[in-house]
Design a protein around this ligand. Sequence first.
Ligand code: BTN
Length: 261
Amino acid sequence: MLGFTFLRFDTVSSTNDVARELAVAGEAEGVCVIAREQTAGRGRQGRSWSSPPGEGLYLSLILRPPVSAVDSTPITLAAAVAVAETLRLEFHTNADIKWPNDVLVNGRKICGILVEAAIEGKRIQYAVMGIGVNIAQPAFPQQIDNIATSLFLETGRTVQPEEFAEAMLPRIQHWYETGISQAARLIARWEELSSTAHGCPVSIESADGSVEGTTRGLTATGALIVETSTGERREIVSGEVRVRGAAITERFTGSAQPEKE
Ligand code: BTN
C-alpha cells in the first residue's frame, strides 16, 4: 500500500527533477516532493509551467509501479481522476478531464500532469508523477490568460496549496492502486469525469501526424479511440487534443457524485 513521506522545499527548478534525483538515489515509492516555487517548472511537449511562489501546488510523487511499461498508461490517468474528483467533491467545481491528463474548469486549465518514467528492459524502474494545480492565482500572464484558471478564480476561496494536496493524496493512492489491480474500473471513472471522452469532435496533433474525428472512449490501456469520417477507428497514444466546435463548458454533462460502487 502506498504511504506518503513529504519533502518540502522553498524554491526548486522543478519538483520532477528533485523527485527524479531522489528516485535514482533509491528513494522509495511514496516520497512526495512539494515546493513553494519552481523556477523551471515544465509541462508536456516541452512547454513551461508557470509556478509563482505560493500560488500553486507543485508536487511530484515517486512511484515504483509493479507493471510493465506497456501497461503504465492507467497510472497516469489516476492522477487526473484524483484531481478532478477533489475539485468536484471537495471544492464543488465542475472539473472536467481532457485526454490524457488535463483538468479543466469551465473550459480553462486548472491542473497539468507530467509523468516521467525510467524504463529498464520491459519494466518501469520508477515513475515521477508531477502535478501542478493553480490554486491562488488572481490572474495569469497574458499569454495564458484566456486558457488558464485557478481555484481562487473559480470559487473565490483562499486555499493553501498543501490543503489541496491533503484532500487529493488519498484519492491518488486509491486510484493508483485501482489502476494497478483493476485498470478497467479506473478507465470507467476517467470516462465518467470527462465530458469529451465520447461523441466529441476533436482534432489531434501527434508525432504521427494529425487526426480528425469523433471520440469513442478509451481502450483498456488508456489510449483515446477516435473514429474518423471514413469510419476508421484510430487509437491515439500521445498527442494534443483540440475540441472542435462547441466549447468544453457547453459540453459538460458529468455528475459531481462520488464513484458508484
Ligand atoms: C502540462 O499540462 O503540460 C503538465 C504540467 C505539469 C506541471 C507540474 S508542477 C509539478 C511538476 N514539476 C514540474 O516541473 N512539472 C510538474
